[in-house]
Ligand binder design. Structure first.
Ligand SMILES: Cc1ncc(COP(=O)(O)O)c(C=O)c1O
Length: 464
């Protein structure tokens, strides 16, 4: 930390924050008698708060975002250079960084073709939902309009995105929701004992077949799309079981259901080796949405990417004033996002961060598995790349979840040690029991050792 803020400046900042800022996803009552955390500075894997305390960040800005780490001057410079030349023009026109980033992105996504810019993951998902609805109207008289989403998945905070929300605690008190969204069962193998009829063998195929059952129940001529996270994030870091994605793809093709993959968390390297989560499973999506890691939080950007086949549906009749995608995102025209995203992608390629993510992901999985051997409270460790979770249970036989307050105590203990980890939070009722780890893709073995050592100590103190 370079100390550019004096103690007086800091106390003013904290006072102003406490008086006027409404923090995200936070209960403010405790801050009437204590101070919220204000993050002042970041460099690499580390951030410093208002007390000058250093923390290693094991969750990339708390929500899987700062993939290339903090303090990247080259991204800041790319954004600066772009902003003084051309900061904004509405997206009906093109921009230099918008065109360049779209070209680079599509190079990484064989089979995909068009990039629609907007500025949050929720918004990108809303774009996909609107495309599905418009296609239903254009081709099927409005009938094939239903959008399937999965239990435990999350697609964003707007009412439309929450209508596709599989996390009942996130949704509670915000209804009524939009009609035409239908839930399919989750695919968390560790908890298959809670699903009626789940087999011991071939669970992945069975879990995918549950989607087919929903399609048949609803009527295939009413179902337009299926929206899934490749690896579920906030719903408990759920990796797809063996055979799942292959069957999902077959089912979508069989019933002419568009496949929309929400890569808001997994996209742009988080899962290692591949640029996108779905690419590990040989899936061919119709629509892919992405946000967080696209520019690592250096500027707001989100994209809804489609195939050329989808795009073509929106330009078939030039004389029809209703024929095109009648949607706009004001800040989708900001050039800072694509300028930052181009540099973010260059860094990932030049520094070999996809490879590092795979190697460090394996290492972190090994280290967490050692913790599982040591602490009976860990029931399962799972994940892909630098996107990992450890589910805490009171009993490995019954798999009863640890209560949320104790999970939070582990997170709090790590925080005291200067290590920021995460946990599933206000997500699935009674199942907010998974510790979450998603360090920046630049993480080293030393960083991972530091994180795992802190968790080891915290588990010992909280659970004995
Ligand atoms: C999988 C997934 N999709 C969509 C979103 C929504 O993104 P945003 O908060 O940028 O609207 C999130 C946010 O956490 C997410 O995890």
């Amino acid at each position: 930390m370079d100390g550019t803020l004096s103690a007086n400046d800091i106390s003013h900042i904290v006072t102003a924050d406490k008086r006027h800022v409404w923090h995200h996803l936070s209960q403010h009552k405790p801050w009437e008698t204590s101070d919220p955390n204000v993050i002042i500075e970041g460099k690499g894997m580390r951030v410093w708060n208002q007390a000058g305390k250093e923390h290693i960040d094991a969750v990339s800005g708390a929500v899987w975002t700062v993939n290339v780490g903090y303090g990247r001057e080259s991204i800041a410079r790319a954004v600066y250079d772009q902003l003084i030349k051309m900061n904004y023009f509405a997206g009906a026109s093109g921009s230099v960084p918008g065109a360049i980033f779209a070209e680079k992105l599509i190079e990484k996504m064989p089979g995909m073709s068009r990039v629609y810019y907007c500025n949050s993951g929720s918004e990108a998902n809303e774009k996909a939902f609107k495309m599905v609805r418009q296609i239903a109207h254009k081709r099927y008289g409005g009938k094939k309009h239903k959008i399937l989403f999965r239990d435990r998945d999350y697609h964003g905070t707007t009412i439309g995105a929450l209508s596709a929300g599989g996390q009942d605690e996130r949704n509670a008190q915000y209804g009524p929701f939009a009609p035409g969204f239908v839930r399919v069962p989750h695919c968390l193998e560790y908890r298959k004992h809670e699903q009626d009829g789940a087999p011991d063998e071939n669970y992945g195929e069975w879990a995918a077949n549950q989607i087919e059952e929903v399609i048949l129940r609803e009527g295939p001529d009413t179902v337009g799309a299926l929206c899934l996270e490749p690896v579920t994030a906030g719903g408990g870091v759920i990796c797809p079981p063996e055979g799942y994605w292959q069957r999902v793809q077959e089912i979508c093709r069989k019933y002419d259901v568009l496949l929309h993959i929400d890569e808001v968390v997994c996209g742009v390297g988080r899962t290692g080796s591949e640029w996108f989560g779905y690419q590990h499973y040989g899936v061919k999506p119709d629509m892919v949405t992405m946000a967080k890691g696209v520019a690592s939080g250096y500027a707001a950007i989100a994209c809804c990417v489609t195939t050329e086949e989808i795009f073509d549906l929106f330009k078939s009749d030039e004389t029809d004033p209703m024929d095109y995608f009648r949607d706009i995102s004001t800040f989708g025209g900001c050039t800072a996002g694509p300028a930052a995203a181009i540099e973010n992608m260059r860094i990932i390629e030049e520094e070999g961060l996809l490879e590092n993510t795979t190697a460090m992901g394996h290492y972190m999985m090994e280290r967490l598995s050692e913790l599982k051997d040591k602490h009976a409270i860990i029931g399962d460790v799972r994940g892909k790349g630098l996107f990992l979770g450890a589910e805490l249970v009171t009993d490995r036989q019954t798999k009863d979840p640890v209560e949320e307050a104790r999970v939070k105590a582990v997170v709090g203990d790590c925080m005291k040690q200067g290590v920021i980890i995460g946990a599933t939070n206000r997500s699935v009722p009674g199942k907010n029991n998974t510790l979450c780890f998603s360090p920046a893709l630049i993480a080293t073995k030393d960083d991972i050792d530091e994180i795992v050592t802190a968790v080891d100590g915290a588990l010992g103190r909280v659970f004995g």
